[in-house]
Design a binder for this molecule. Structure first.
Ligand code: 7TS
Length: 416
């Protein structure tokens, strides 16, 4: 199928796509479920669920260590997922892919290994105000341990970072620039390639938190020329408990291991231990084999639809919902950057976001409420939290119409 056919297949075949997600076909609180909490974790197609079942029914064994047939099958399946992940983000080679628990662990791995080895007191790490806690706290911990400084690029009112200040905040002391590709609270898409070029000019590495980008944007790590790119399977139709950390070979080889144990060694003696080559050097112990294996099926699901079609559909939902919701009295979107993924964070004047979340849930609509693990960002807007609606490929215009009607009726009831 060419891309145009794929595109129309999605737009015409939404019902078919939805039928691949068993969880969507249920009533919640007596109403058909509308799932708008995709930025937290999206739902799993039947192919991924079946891949998990198939693995445990037919192929399970521990990997890399056994000579028997099941050990070989499990190892091949696990390593096939690594190849699929590499090709999904256009990494040069699959050895540059490390499996972790999630984006959070990926960033912690970089802080604990690259950070501990290469940074010295007085060095600086640069992030932005819109980062998720998992791209703040690991750096704060490293700063405290090593006497570093964490610098934070401020935002403009519309939720873009104030890139005009970037040059003045970078210096030869900057060693790591770590930026979210797409913000989970605002939706803002950041210009990673351009930031990376500036970071590299001062000798810093470019780390990307790709948690919200992997399922929604085309990712090409060679084009972005980033040094590290971390993302999570569970936000891209795959199982929970699997993260993917891409790192350039030259860094992964130079970095010390993250954890010690089985799998990550060449030889162990009480006098001296030598470590495995990458990627195994960073994968101590028995990994999450089944979920990694099924993750490949999630990549295949995304590839079958095609990123171009996904982007087109989610942009359509974003535009439609942004316009329709803004007509509600007292409604304000937090995050109106021109380049956004399908995330709408909002506040409604006079109504607490938690109350809205509970009332929407009573109507079968799942949204996220709170600070979304971006407390400094909320503080910057002078709010405690928002209601967040976030889209996936299976969401529809009809679901947005129901959301708008539900919010209107809540507003009318509470304000009358
Ligand atoms: N970075 C971003 C931008 C995220 O949105 C998240 C999770 C993470 C990192 C951490 O990913 P994890 O898979 O390691 O947990 N974001 C959210 C969210 O917005 N609501 O729940 C989890």
């Amino acid at each position: 199928m060419n891309t145009i056919d794929q595109e129309s297949a999605v737009l015409n075949d939404l019902a078919k796509i939805r039928s691949a997600f068993p969880i969507l076909h249920q009533q919640v609180n007596g109403k058909p479920l509308i799932y708008f909490d995709n930025a937290a974790s999206n739902q799993k197609p039947i192919s991924v669920i079946q891949a998990l079942e198939h693995y445990y029914k037919h192929d399970h064994s521990n990997i890399h260590r056994g000579l028997h047939t099941l050990a070989e099958r499990a190892t091949v399946a696990y390593e096939e997922s690594r190849k699929a992940a590499a090709s999904f983000i256009n990494a040069t080679e699959s050895d540059e892919i490390i499996f972790t628990k999630g984006t959070t662990e990926g960033i912690n791995l970089i802080a604990s290994t690259f950070g501990r080895k290469f940074l010295v007191p007085g060095d600086e790490i640069l992030i932005t105000t819109m980062e998720h806690h998992s791209n703040i706290v690991p750096w704060q911990m490293l700063c405290e341990e090593k006497g570093l400084e964490l610098k934070v690029l401020p935002l403009l009112d519309n939720g873009e970072a104030n890139w005009s200040q970037l040059n003045s905040m970078l210096s030869d002391r900057t060693k790591i620039v770590s930026i979210v590709h797409a913000s989970n609270s605002l939706g803002t898409i950041n210009p990673i390639k351009e930031i990376g070029e500036k970071a590299h000019k001062v000798g810093a590495i470019m780390v990307v938190d790709g948690a919200q980008a992997a399922a929604h944007l085309d990712i090409d790590v060679q084009h972005l020329n980033c040094d590290f790119y971390a993302f999570s399977s569970h936000k891209m139709y795959g199982p929970t408990g699997v993260g993917i950390l891409y790192g350039k070979r030259k860094w992964l080889e130079a970095m010390p291991p993250y954890q010690g144990g089985g799998e990550m060694i060449k030889e162990v003696s009480f006098d001296q231990t030598t470590y495995s080559d990458i990627p195994h050097k960073f994968e101590a112990g028995t990994p999450n084999i089944a979920d990694v294996v099924a993750f490949k099926t999630a990549i295949e699901f995304i590839d079958r639809i095609g990123k171009k079609a996904i982007i087109k559909h989610e942009n359509l939902l974003l535009d439609y919902a942004s316009k329709a919701l803004t007509r509600i009295d007292g409604f304000r979107i937090i995050g109106t950057a021109p380049e956004k993924v399908g995330v709408i964070s909002f506040v409604l004047e006079g109504i607490h976001h938690f109350d809205l979340g509970i009332m929407l849930d009573a109507k079968g609509i799942a949204v996220r409420t709170g600070h979304h693990c971006t407390q400094p960002l909320m503080e910057c807007y002078g709010i405690e939290g928002t209601v967040r609606v976030s889209f996936a490929i299976y969401n529809t215009i009809e679901e947005i119409d129901i959301l708008v009607k539900s919010l209107e009726s809540i507003v009318n009831r509470l304000r009358s």
